[in-house]
Write a new protein. Structure first.
Length: 422
């Protein structure tokens, strides 16, 4: 149960933050957001807000989506011959259209579609059940369609569709999801640093904690002392310090130390570290701890940048030496959640930050159907001064979806075999 709750917590936060990026900038660009969904598959929660957006939670925790008008699979399939019931307003215009057998309209009029345009002319030509004549109805701009699964959504006239927004607005809307994942990662790493009380200051030559019974303690070093030189080499930061001590186990080193009582010269012999196979010297000192607000913020930001660099190198490794073991799907995420839940809340936060930034980078890969692929198409449109044809864009998207689905199946099966059938 603890693992499941951890998995759901991490998953929901990452997905909501990612999709909220798309949602927010789509709204700001005048694009109608018809649905904001967490999860995939059958819906288990539904609420349509005053702004017209349907908020849903779906059964399968395999992602989420923002359904923007006119983008991707947004089309509500209404063809000639489609049966439906409609509800009219006081002026005789269509206010609601029902395609579902799960929902009944109190004043619904059953009919069969002859012709329909919900993009520009906003009309429905239909044959009412029990009447041989065809009747033409105007459709309100704020009319809704109840889809087959019972989800009620606003119709989307052309002016509020994704393609009607300016190219730069569409690029920003597509980029906003990964951008939010990076922001989440940075914020969470800063929170972790605050929880831990600060961050090690590696840009200083001051000493932090002195380990008990260590060569440093026996030599009289104290927290706050400054190491000025080692064997005549000037020490400006922690890297300089470790470069002089680690290669010299069991070798006496002459050190100049600035203490509260002045500068003095000491000779300290590093002992060999028991934690490394290679010979490595240590004198039992830790870096100083920066607990200032600015230090915590900068330290969290630096952690995020270090993680970003590691992820970027990992993605590069997928192309130079491809391996399914370098990828992970829902099973991998569940196993990582299990380990994190056993190690405490800070570890769970670290997992969330890492996965969020990972998702951001992966989504920016120039693969059709991913955010990166959509941005590439937006850029091509900006260069060509016109979009690709819907047919070509649809083919590219279909190829991208097929690739992602195939890769997800292989990754998931690989995760199952290595975690459960070792």
């Amino acid at each position: 149960m603890q693992t499941a709750l951890t998995f759901i917590f991490v998953f929901v936060v990452i997905v909501v933050v990612h999709e909220f990026g798309h949602f927010y900038f789509a709204k700001k660009s005048g694009i109608l957001v018809r649905e904001f969904a967490i999860g995939m598959g059958p819906k288990i929660f539904y609420h349509r807000a005053k702004d017209g957006t349907a908020y849903t939670i779906r059964l399968l925790p395999l992602g989420g989506y923002v359904r923007m008008a006119g983008l991707g699979d947004d089309e509500t399939e209404i063809y000639p011959g489609t049966p439906m019931t409609v509800e009219l307003d006081e002026e005789g215009k269509i206010a609601r259209m029902n395609l579902s057998t799960k929902v009944q309209l109190t004043n619904g009029i059953p009919m069969e579609v002859v012709e329909i345009d919900l993009d520009e002319k906003l009309f429905l030509l239909a044959q009412v059940v029990g009447n041989d004549e065809e009747v033409r109805y105007d459709v309100r701009k704020d009319a809704t369609v109840i889809e087959k699964d019972g989800t009620e959504l606003l119709i989307a006239p052309r002016e509020v569709q994704f393609q009607s927004a300016k190219v730069w607005q569409r690029i920003l809307t597509n980029f906003a999801g990964p951008m939010n994942n990076f922001i989440l990662g940075i914020v969470v790493f800063i929170i972790i640093t605050f929880i831990q009380g600060g961050v090690q200051d590696l840009n200083s030559n001051k000493l932090g904690e002195i380990m008990p019974d260590s060569p440093a303690q026996k030599a009289g070093l104290k927290e706050g002392d400054e190491l000025l030189t080692i064997e005549g080499v000037k020490i400006a930061n922690w890297e300089d310090l470790t470069n002089q001590i680690q290669p010299n186990p069991n070798k006496p080193l002459k050190m100049e130390v600035k203490t509260s009582k002045g500068v003095k010269t000491l000779t300290i012999t590093p002992k060999q570290s028991p934690d490394t196979k290679e010979k490595s010297g240590m004198i039992g000192i830790m870096p100083p701890f920066d607990s200032s607000v600015s230090g915590k913020v900068f330290g969290g930001f630096k952690r995020a940048m270090t993680m970003s660099l590691a992820i970027f190198k990992g993605i590069g490794g997928l192309f130079t030496a491809p391996s399914l073991n370098k990828l992970g799907g829902p099973v991998m995420m569940f196993k990582m959640s299990e380990q994190a839940s056993q190690q405490g809340f800070v570890t769970v936060l670290s997992l969330m930050a890492m996965l969020s930034m990972n998702l951001g980078f992966m989504n920016l890969l120039p693969i059709p159907a991913l955010d990166g692929g959509k941005i590439v198409l937006n850029i091509i449109e900006a260069i060509r001064k016109k979009p690709l044809s819907q047919e070509k864009e649809g083919i590219l998207t279909l190829i991208g979806v097929g690739f992602i689905v195939a890769l997800m199946i292989m990754v998931t099966w690989n995760d199952i075999t290595r975690f459960f059938f070792k």
